[in-house]
Design a protein. Structure first.
Length: 142
């Protein structure tokens, strides 16, 4: 899919269903966990202006969910990964910290965040699976 003109903006409340569907579609096979981000949480984050959408003429290409100065999730459309979209989203919100679940079919995201100016703090255990699947990273000082 070719895209033109990437726009990065805050999500509007009326699009919460499409955002939940996008996240479930692009994370489902990775985590085997539809509903990984509950719809109620997404609606709450949109209401707090903590959901960022990257889109082009072909539709939504990426979503970021933040919690103030922490990035909780960054999801890029499967067909548009490795094209700089994730880096553009990350730069637009410039979080101080990253907290990302990484397991299942996802490659380790450490290289991506290091390339974008973060350093790994540690991997911590999931409260559900007890496996070390959550990356904690911090923006490197300039």
């Amino acid at each position: 899919m070719k895209t033109s003109g990437l726009t990065i903006r805050r999500a509007s409340f009326d699009e919460w269903r499409s955002i939940v569907k996008f996240i479930d579609t692009h994370l489902h096979n990775m985590y085997h966990d539809p509903g990984f981000l509950p719809s109620g949480m997404i609606r709450d984050k949109i209401g707090r202006q903590q959901v960022i959408v990257a889109e082009s003429d072909v539709g939504i290409l990426g979503i970021a969910v933040t919690n103030g100065e922490t990035l909780w999730n960054l999801v890029v459309h499967k067909e548009h990964r490795n094209k700089g979209i994730g880096s553009k989203i990350l730069k637009s919100i410039d979080p101080k910290f990253v907290r990302i679940k990484c397991s299942g079919g996802f490659p380790n995201p450490t290289d991506f965040y290091e390339k974008n100016g973060y350093h790994k703090v540690e991997f911590v255990s999931s409260s559900i699976t007890k496996e070390k699947t959550i990356l904690l990273a911090e923006r490197a000082s300039n």
